[in-house]
Design a protein around this ligand. Structure first.
Ligand SMILES: [Mg+2]
Length: 109
């Protein structure tokens, strides 16, 4: 599966108010799903001394998929292909690496 296919398939399952004109809904959903990832990782630290297992991997696969779904739908709301977002991100990181700017802060470094 590629980003284009994923984004199209994810959109087919999107049901929320004012679909196509609602940036807030998928953004809030993304925050919730990121929280679910963090909660599962926290419990691995608390209950398993930070050592993850196959069951944790399975659970985190699902939660990371939920994160991806919301990112794809935020991208849809903005008329942005997920593929384009991925390319822009990698180009940004490559440029920072080449310039020795991977560490540090600031969005436009
Ligand atoms: Mg979830």
């Amino acid at each position: 599966m590629n980003f284009y296919t994923y984004q199209a398939e994810a959109r087919k399952t999107a049901i929320y108010p004012e679909l196509g004109n609602n940036l807030m809904y998928p953004t809030l959903g993304l925050c919730g799903e990121v929280g679910e990832v963090a909660e599962k990782v926290k419990k691995i630290i608390r209950d398993q001394d930070g050592k993850w297992n196959d069951e944790n991997r399975k659970e985190l696969t699902k939660e990371l998929g939920d994160v991806l779904w919301y990112i794809a739908n935020i991208a849809e709301e903005l008329y942005l292909p997920l593929e384009y977002i991925a390319l822009v991100n990698i180009e940004k990181l490559k440029s920072r690496k080449e310039r020795g700017k991977l560490k540090g802060s600031g969005d436009d470094r």
